[in-house]
Design a protein around this ligand. Structure first.
Ligand code: NAD
Ligand code: DAU
Length: 381
């Protein structure tokens, strides 16, 4: 616990990763004031935070990060000294259909947050002293890596997340912090642009910024348009599982609470102006994860294990589908001592159980009713 009082805005706190970060900070730092700034798009859901919404150190504010005036006033009102910026449009498939919204939220929204923080902090006598603007980004900005077939190789580092039966790297190259940005999708292009703006505010105005780039997260409260929750729900209801292309693409998976722990550590102990990659050296081909999901859901529902394999349906590939992501997080391990706490098999079991046990949550977010409910509830706040 820290004895310092802080006032921190967490943007996107009603989303998947943001809700885990808000929960961690509200519970771990009762002396901090935690302000969750979220527009509540389709992906934002206050039901993700039911367990902490009445805590005295927590405030929810329904606000658009693009609304510079409102954000600036909130920073003044709350005397904000820390910002953890997660709010974004986050789904690659949506970005392919609607790139404008991604540029607006991810680029202009981040710029609005930066400029509001700059204007407020520069108005104070101590200016940037004791302040921190922490921007959460993605490994997708680095583009795609080559793949080695067929057996895979040992990764250069073993971590708890990857130390189970499955322990492969599908290539010899990894994303390191010094790699050139090569985004391919409108989502990753917009995230890359926002990262550049954050660094520009550090280099030009001396703003105390930090950027982290994380691999694919999984766990409770993820909106069921993303692979893992979508497929768990489809297997449960025996609906087809739309596998893009041949299912050979590789992603590097990290349990969401391990990401939240890394964010906590980096917010408090990371060096200003630095970039840290976050990941568990835990690469999986999509098709292999899908088979694990089918076996796990079937087992937990008391069905013969694997009986639902025939739900696998190969469909047209995602346009510009990146082949392989693999994060090298050794800088974070070396400099700040962070390690994932959970082995992938344990994490997947916990995750599948959570979705099966929380069918109401799933039904709510898939019905669309929750959006209206919360719009009514927070009207005028
Ligand atoms: P998410 O889509 O689940 O949540 C995004 C949140 O941002 C929602 O609560 C939404 O209401 C809010 N939001 C969107 N537009 C807003 C706006 N204009 N103003 C205020 N709030 C707005 O996203 P996520 O998966 O939790 O990702 C959070 C962040 O982490 C994103 O910046 C994403 O790029 C990054 N990231 C995600 C992953 C992953 O695997 N999900 C991995 C690495 C990095
Ligand atoms: O790498 C970090 C990124 O991970 C984050 O920045 C993004 O916000 C997050 O959405 C995630 O991006 P991906 O595109 O990797 O995640 P998604 O769950 O959409 O897809 C994972 C893989 O599964 C990808 O190779 C596409 C494939 N897929 C996905 C869906 C939704 C399918 O085969 N079928 C599907 O229906």
């Amino acid at each position: 616990m820290s004895d310092m009082k802080r006032s921190i805005i967490i943007t996107g706190g009603a989303g998947f990763i943001g809700s885990h970060v808000v929960r961690l900070f509200v519970n771990k730092y009762p002396e901090y004031r935690i302000i969750n700034l979220d527009k509540l798009t389709y992906a934002g859901n206050l039901a993700n935070l039911k367990d902490i919404e009445d805590k005295p150190n927590y405030r929810f504010v329904k606000m658009d990060i693009c609304d510079f005036e409102a954000v600036y006033k909130l920073m003044q009102e709350e005397k904000v000294d820390g910002i953890i910026h997660l709010a974004a449009e986050s789904h690659v498939d949506r970005s392919i259909k609607d790139p404008f919204t991604f540029a607006q939220t991810n680029v202009m929204g981040t710029l609005s947050m930066l400029q509001a923080a700059k204007t407020y902090w520069e108005s104070l006598p101590e200016k940037y002293e004791g302040k921190r603007f922490y921007h959460i980004s993605t490994d997708e900005v680095y583009g795609a890596l080559e793949m080695t077939e067929p057996e895979g190789i040992e990764p250069p580092f073993s971590t708890k997340a990857s130390s189970g039966k499955h322990h492969l790297a599908y290539g010899t190259k990894f994303f390191t912090e010094d790699l050139k940005y090569q985004p391919h999708s409108p989502y990753s292009a917009a995230k890359a642009s926002s990262d550049h703006f954050v660094r520009a505010y550090h280099d030009t105005y001396g703003m105390p910024t930090i950027v982290t780039n994380c691999s694919n997260n999984y766990g409770p409260y993820q909106f069921p348009e993303k692979l893992i929750p979508l497929f768990i729900n489809n297997i449960r209801h025996r609906r087809p599982l739309p596998v893009y292309g041949k299912g050979e693409n590789v992603r590097d998976w990290l349990y969401v609470e391990d990401h939240a722990r890394a964010i906590d550590l980096i917010f408090h102990e990371g060096s200003i102006g630095e970039t840290y990659n976050i990941g568990g050296f835990n690469e999986w081909k999509n098709i292999d994860i899908i088979k694990v999901l089918i076996n796990t859901v079937d087992r937990l529902l008391g069905r013969p294990e694997g009986v639902d394999m025939d739900l696998i349906t190969y469909v047209t590939d995602r346009a510009g589908h990146d082949l392989r992501y693999a994060i090298d997080s050794s800088k974070l391990q070396r400099e700040l001592g962070w390690e994932p706490s959970l082995q992938f098999e344990e994490g997947i079991e916990k995750t599948v159980r959570w979705y099966l046990d929380n069918q109401d949550w799933m039904d709510n977010v898939t019905s669309g009713d929750y959006q209206k409910y919360y719009d009514d509830m927070y009207k005028g706040r």
